[in-house]
Design a protein around this ligand. Structure first.
Ligand SMILES: Nc1ncnc2c1ncn2[C@@H]1O[C@H](COP(=O)(O)OP(=O)(O)OP(=O)(O)O)[C@@H](O)[C@H]1O
Ligand SMILES: [Mg+2]
Length: 389
């Protein structure tokens, strides 16, 4: 394999054999030719030259030679590349040098002369294998650490991108919300501004003054409502609920009672069919707000009059509420987004927060709200709330 570390280990093994006697060199070459490609050298210096020219898997050297001795040559090899196999051939008289060389880790094995060809070939084979495994291992480690580095760079980039995106998306959302809030604040503020300057100039017109004050006070109310609704949509999740165990039907009934007068004024008949015997656990105040927003929308939609019908019942482990009207239905253009904040259509003074609040409160209660599919002509909202076992 040729790893990223650049070390080739598939070629034929190369063995450097060193002995000052030609006959011994020939014998070594013959014994090892099946194991690998044998490169002979007749002295320590010649061997060192050859060693620097090419890559070897194994060096086998006689100890006793004129000039550089075997143990010294193998020590230099070890220093250059510790993974290369190193074998010292020794005579009986070289025993001390051999022991030193082994103790200092400069050779892997020694063979005393006269050596047996089979034994030498076997030892050479296993040392070469060891060298190749060590090289392969190193190149895998190098490759792994290169991959690791790449991975770390990619992770850092990902973190940066994520951070940029998250803050970008947040800023974008905050920016859009702010623009809409400012837009909604500006209208009533302008009106109040004009009204107060008129008030200051109209000492001699009590009727006009009363009318102007009424307009200003209405606009102040609108501002207050806007603030309340903004707080409602941005409230933290279900932890902010205050369960008070008001039964669902009681909540609905109280809203319809409060809506009786506005309905009468708008020519809207009210029908009420409530039969949810097992109520889900509720934050009564906030659920009241939900039903109120839906019924207000319904009445606002039926400009020429019509019927508002509210039903409740239990279905398995859920309570179902339907708020139906005979108006024109949700306009197609906003059907998909109608539960998003600031979606409003054809309503002067509509903030587009009513249904966003409905969804928020229902979801905080673990439920869902949807536009019912089977609404005929008019519109029907359906709320499904889980009843705790
Ligand atoms: N029952 C309904 N029939 C027809 N259209 C509806 C109905 N309910 C809601 N809509 C449409 O959905 C829009 C969004 O309603 P939503 O209650 O969220 O905001 P809004 O009523 O415009 O303003 P506000 O924040 O004052 O409630 C409305 O402007 C209206 O066009
Ligand atoms: Mg509304």
């Amino acid at each position: 394999m040729n790893g990223k570390g650049g070390e080739t280990v598939t070629e034929k093994p190369r063995i450097l054999v060193v002995d000052d006697e030609q006959r011994s060199l020939d014998l070594l070459a013959r014994a090892l030719r099946k194991v690998g490609e044998v490169v002979p050298a007749s002295s320590g210096d010649a061997a060192w030259d050859a060693f620097q020219q090419a890559e070897f898997d194994l060096v086998i050297s006689d100890q006793r030679m004129p000039g550089t001795k075997g143990a010294e040559l193998l020590a230099r090899v070890a220093q250059r590349d510790d993974r290369i196999g190193r074998v010292l051939l020794t005579g009986y008289a070289d025993m001390q040098a051999t022991i030193d060389a082994i103790n200092l880790g400069r050779v892997h094995a020694y063979i005393s002369k006269p050596w047996k060809p089979d034994q030498l070939a076997l030892l050479a084979g296993s040392l070469i294998e060891r060298t190749r495994l060590a090289r392969q291992n190193d190149s895998l480690v190098k490759e792994l650490s290169a991959r690791n580095e790449e991975l770390e760079i990619a992770m850092a980039e990902l973190r940066r991108t994520h951070h940029r995106m998250a803050s970008g998306v947040q800023l974008d959302a905050i920016g859009r919300t702010m623009a809409m809030v400012v837009h909604d604040l500006r209208g009533p503020l302008n009106t109040i501004g004009m009204a107060t300057s008129q008030l200051a100039q109209s000492d001699d017109d009590p009727v006009g003054r009363a009318e102007t004050a009424r307009i200003a006070s209405e606009e102040v109310q609108r501002l207050g409502q806007l603030c309340e609704e903004l707080v409602e949509v941005s409230r933290a999740g279900s932890e902010s609920l205050r369960y008070d165990d008001t039964p669902l039907d009681e909540v609905i009934h109280s809203v319809l009672t409060a809506m009786a007068e506005p309905c009468r004024a708008a020519g809207v008949a009210v029908e009420e069919e409530l039969s949810c015997e097992r109520s889900p656990r509720l934050d009564g105040g906030r659920m009241r707000r939900t039903i109120l927003n839906l019924t207000q929308n319904a009445v606002e939609a039926m400009r020429g009059g019509g019927t508002l019908r509210v039903e409740s019942r239990c279905e398995g482990e859920a309570a179902l509420v339907r708020v139906m009207d005979t108006g024109p239905g949700i306009p197609d253009g906003i059907r998909e987004t109608v539960f998003e904040p600031f979606v409003t259509h054809a309503k002067s003074g509509g903030l587009g927060l009513g249904l966003a609040i409905v969804r928020k409160i229902v979801e905080d209660h673990g439920g869902t709200v949807s536009i019912a599919e089977d609404s005929e002509g008019g519109n029907a909202f359906e709320i499904r709330l889980p009843i705790a076992p």
